[in-house]
Write a protein of this length. Structure first.
Lengths: 255, 271
């Protein structure tokens, strides 16, 4: 059983004037359980739209999505999937531990169980000492960890990430990458992430889907069979990055 | 990387606060002294039924405090303000939230708010007199009609500051609408509610006197009118001073500390 199966998905957006904009055309994509898939492409190519369709936040106009073997329309176990945004989106009036707990507050759960899970997850991202700090007292990297913990506290089988960590500085970003891979392996999660950074895609993913614009469609699916952990400066990685950059710039369509 | 802000840095703004606080205290005392001096000089040149001297007002006030009806009148008036305000908060907060959270409802009811904000408290007092007669409800109604639109408007405005990003976050967790209201909307609008409530208490405490002097047989407003009818100007002054002291006390002893406690999460703004 695959975590996600996307079958000939198409999407149009209505425009104030003129014909509807064709955002996605005939997208096919399969993400196995525990798989790590990157979606790359220039900005405005429908990457985030595709992620939102997987998340069930947007309905596709054509084709269908199956999540863990169930058609998205019948899928009910949405808490098996969480979504991490480009911004940390922490609630400023809540402390770190309360922000993490937010992930569990949509459902109902005995208070003791909730507390146990929140503590465990904070520990997992290494933030137990800062549990009572407010977001404005935390550094960018720590805020990112809180947001990650909030996404992990529901113990999802699938984590969607929209340009995660893109606002962090490179060192902290690399830390978050290895942290994410460690936790994904530990928790047996599948990861789908959108990025415009090819290097990030090569370092993290075992499969990279390159989208091309107008309308957004799959240009290339690239398997990355390098050993982990991957050093972004190693020759194998830079070679892959160069190869993908070429593929991305193949067509002179400005985006 | 994982370094918490040193305690000394976190504490520094507080020290600054205490220092400036001492400065303002001196300034306030000087202001009070100046006002008293001006009052005293003025009273030397006017008959006491126009402007009684500070000493005379002081005597009147000590006499007033000693009367058994003083505490009763004070309690009655404060009780009416509190009841009117509590009702206003109880109605204004959920209504403002609902109107802010639903564009359709908000658009439909917007004119009602304009009407409520334009009608003078004196008109509400006259209506209340017609509907409720000489009863507690007359003043409570006037306070309510003054305070409720203030709270409602502020809460409504506050809902516009609710972050679309936070709402989207809640949506990815499939949070039910009721919980989104209590966990995202409510905390976001709390500062706006607070400033609305502060305005509402201030206005409520003022209009309660108008209402009481028109349509009550007890309370401070009633006593004020009685004193005015009997040309006991020193009594009017004594009551006025009592009210001013009460409002300042409420502000510095209740509202300010409550605000500081509630919004401790806010980033300390650089002084």
């Amino acid at each position: 059983m695959n975590a996600v199966e996307i079958d000939h998905v198409g999407k149009w957006f209505g425009q104030r004037e003129g014909a509807p904009l064709h955002v996605l055309q005939d997208i096919d994509l399969t993400v196995p359980q525990r798989g790590v898939v990157a979606i790359v492409g220039a900005s405005g190519c429908g990457k985030s739209t595709l992620l939102n369709i997987i998340a069930g936040l947007i309905e596709p106009d054509a084709g269908g999505v199956r999540l863990f073997g169930t058609a998205a329309r019948e899928f009910r176990n949405w808490r098996a999937m969480t979504y991490m945004f480009q911004e940390d989106r922490l609630l400023p009036w809540r402390t770190a531990v309360q922000n993490v707990a937010f992930g569990l507050e949509a459902g109902s759960m005995p208070a003791a169980e909730r507390r146990r899970r929140v503590d465990e997850t904070l520990d997992l991202v290494g933030l137990s000492r800062f549990r009572d700090a407010y977001p404005h007292e935390l550094s960018g990297g720590m805020r990112s960890r809180v947001a990650l913990a909030r996404s992990l506290v529901t113990e999802p089988s699938l984590l969607l990430l929209d340009e995660p960590f893109s606002k962090l500085d490179p060192t902290i970003r690399a830390q978050m990458h290895s942290e994410l891979l460690r936790i994904a392996a530990l928790r047996a999660m599948a990861l789908i992430f959108v990025t415009h950074d090819v290097e990030e895609a090569v370092v993290l993913a075992d499969r990279i889907v390159v989208l091309q614009p107008y309308p957004g469609r799959v240009r290339l699916v690239q398997k990355v069979a390098l050993d982990r952990p991957r050093d972004p400066l190693s020759e194998a990685v830079t070679e892959q990055v160069r190869h993908l950059r070429l593929a991305l710039s193949g067509e002179p369509v400005p985006c | 990387m994982l370094v918490r802000t040193p305690e000394a840095v976190l504490r520094r703004p507080k020290a600054g606060f205490v220092r400036t606080h001492g400065g303002t205290l001196l300034q306030r005392l000087a202001l009070i002294g100046l006002a008293l001096a001006a009052w005293y000089v003025g009273s030397l040149h006017a008959p006491s039924f126009v402007l009684p001297s500070p000493a005379r007002v002081w005597t009147a006030w000590t006499g007033l405090v000693a009367t058994p009806s003083f505490a009763a009148d004070l309690g009655i008036t404060l009780g009416r303000v509190a009841a009117g305000f509590a009702l206003a908060a109880l109605v204004g907060l959920p209504l403002g939230l609902a109107l802010g959270a639903s564009r359709a409802l908000g658009g439909f009811f917007e004119p009602v708010l304009t009407v409520m904000n334009t009608v003078s408290s004196a008109i509400w007092a006259i209506f209340a007199l017609i509907w409720f007669g000489l009863s507690n409800w007359t003043t409570i109604f006037v306070v309510f009609m003054t305070a409720m639109p203030l709270i409602l408007t502020n809460v409504w405005q506050g809902t516009r500051t609710v972050s679309a990003e936070h709402l989207e976050l809640a949506r990815t967790f499939r949070m039910p609408r009721r919980k989104v209201l209590t966990k995202i909307y409510l905390p976001t609008i709390l500062p706006a509610f607070f400033s609305g409530a502060r305005l509402a208490i201030g206005f409520g405490a003022r209009v309660v006197l108008v209402a009481e002097s028109l349509g009550a047989s007890s309370g401070i407003g009633y006593r004020l009118r009685q004193a005015a009818d009997l040309v006991q100007t020193d009594q009017v002054f004594a009551w006025t001073l009592t009210l001013v002291a009460l409002m300042i006390g409420l502000e510095t002893l209740v509202l300010k500390p409550a605000e500081r406690r509630l919004f401790a999460w806010k980033k300390a703004s650089p002084a």
